[in-house]
Design a protein around this ligand. Structure first.
Ligand SMILES: *Cc1c(COP(=O)(O)O)cnc(C)c1O
Length: 392
């Protein structure tokens, strides 16, 4: 008999009833150190008082009005994002997938309005993940995500990750945009080298192609800058944001330059919930905290410390762990043992990590992770390794 919850996930038998910062409390009282943050969502930790206050204060005033009316919280959050990024304009969504959807529509509409309606193709990279809608799975068509779901939305072309020559060769007079994650998350924590990011920007400039960055996982302070692309000094034309921006409240956004967004006039797109007062009040608190003086430098300092300790951990447990990769607090441990065995052993040590492709476990802690918690994480990862070796 089918479970009452549609069984599209294979779930660990853990029932968390409370969250406090980097800790999740199980129904039975066990305290798990959370290095997953609900897949990079709880950026400021669980039940952060700043976010709780913003939510409860707004909840007592007004939860929702339609986008048929002006929404001051949405305006303020858009102004804040425009003020701290390349972007001139923002559309709010409820999820990352919806941000991907709008980006696909936006770049196609851009070329339509420019009188080049054949420029519809979007180039993506292997290992990419852009969400679960029909457009998003067509953009990143791994077998398990697309099999049986055809016909897929046409107009996507995938090239091998890291192969800049293939990217160059793929751009034609049909290309609307290149869509890429500066740091792949689901794909196994793969950082695009600065030189490749710059080469993509140059390729886009030379051919008029729009550069769309999916910073849904790597953005919002995760790498130690507000957005990951800031490390290499190039800016996109369009950027997708979600996960961390709501700190746990469903919120996403598409950020764009005035030029890239020029086709999106009244009536061309919409959302019932996107940008409502409750979501934007939370977003304001989260973005405000992450952009506050000194916050990101602390993320850089603490993530460097975690990484250094992880290198030591890997060196000491070579039969279980192979290498460390990533950027800031978006780290992956490539495993020698099976990553699912490591993940399960970590649960037994009351430690939460997240699996990814390429036999990697992901560490995506709250950006507020403390030095003591870093030490505790290493202790638990060390015990996890010993547990895996013993086969327990
Ligand atoms: C999670 C994720 C998405 C999809 O976001 P949802 O909120 O799950 O729809 C898209 N792209 C990347 C890089 C992601 O990590």
């Amino acid at each position: 008999m089918i479970p009452s919850v549609l069984p599209t996930y294979s779930r660990a038998p853990l029932h968390f009833v409370k969250g406090e910062g980097s800790w999740l409390i199980e129904e039975d009282g066990r305290r798990f150190l959370d290095l997953g943050s609900g897949i990079a969502v709880a950026a400021l930790g669980h039940s952060n008082p700043v976010v709780v206050d913003a939510l409860t204060e707004q909840a007592q005033k007004l939860w929702h009005v339609s986008n048929l009316y002006e929404i001051p919280q949405q305006q303020a959050l858009a102004d804040m994002l425009v003020g701290s990024t390349f972007a001139d304009t923002v559309f709010f969504t409820n999820s990352g997938t919806e941000a991907t959807e709008l980006a696909v529509k936006m770049v196609r509409k851009y070329w339509y309005e420019k009188g080049q309606p054949d420029r519809v193709e979007i180039i993506t990279f292997t290992g990419a993940f852009h969400g679960r809608s029909s457009a998003a799975i067509a953009a990143a068509p791994s077998e398990k995500m697309v099999k049986g779901f055809g016909p897929l939305l046409p107009g996507f072309h995938q090239v091998p990750w890291g192969d800049m020559e293939a990217a160059k060769a793929a751009v034609s007079d049909k290309t609307a945009a290149i869509l890429v994650e500066p740091v792949q998350g689901e794909g196994g924590i793969n950082v695009m080298p600065d030189a490749d990011m710059k080469a993509l920007r140059q390729l886009c400039d030379e051919t008029g192609t729009l550069l769309v960055l999916d910073e849904i996982q790597c953005g919002m302070g995760r790498t130690g800058r507000l957005f990951a692309h800031e490390w290499c000094g190039v800016t996109p034309d369009v950027m997708l944001v979600a996960k961390g921006i709501g700190g746990g409240f469903p919120l996403g956004a598409v950020l764009a330059t005035e030029e890239a967004a020029s086709g999106m006039v009244a009536g061309t797109h919409g959302s019932t919930y996107g940008g409502n007062p409750l979501g934007c009040a939370v977003g304001l608190a989260v973005v405000g905290a992450i952009t506050a003086e000194g916050f990101l430098s602390e993320v850089q300092r603490k993530s460097a410390l975690l990484r250094q300790k992880l290198e030591g951990l890997v060196a000491e447990n070579p039969e279980v762990y192979e290498s460390v990769r990533g950027s800031g607090f978006m780290l992956g441990i490539k495993c020698k043992a099976s990553n699912t065995d490591v993940l399960t052993a970590a649960y037994a040590e009351e430690l939460i990590t997240v699996p990814a492709a390429d036999n990697v476990i992901r560490l995506l802690p709250a950006l507020t992770l403390s030095e003591d918690e870093i030490a505790e994480a290493i202790t638990r990862l060390d015990k996890t390794a010993r547990r895996v070796v013993k086969g327990a």
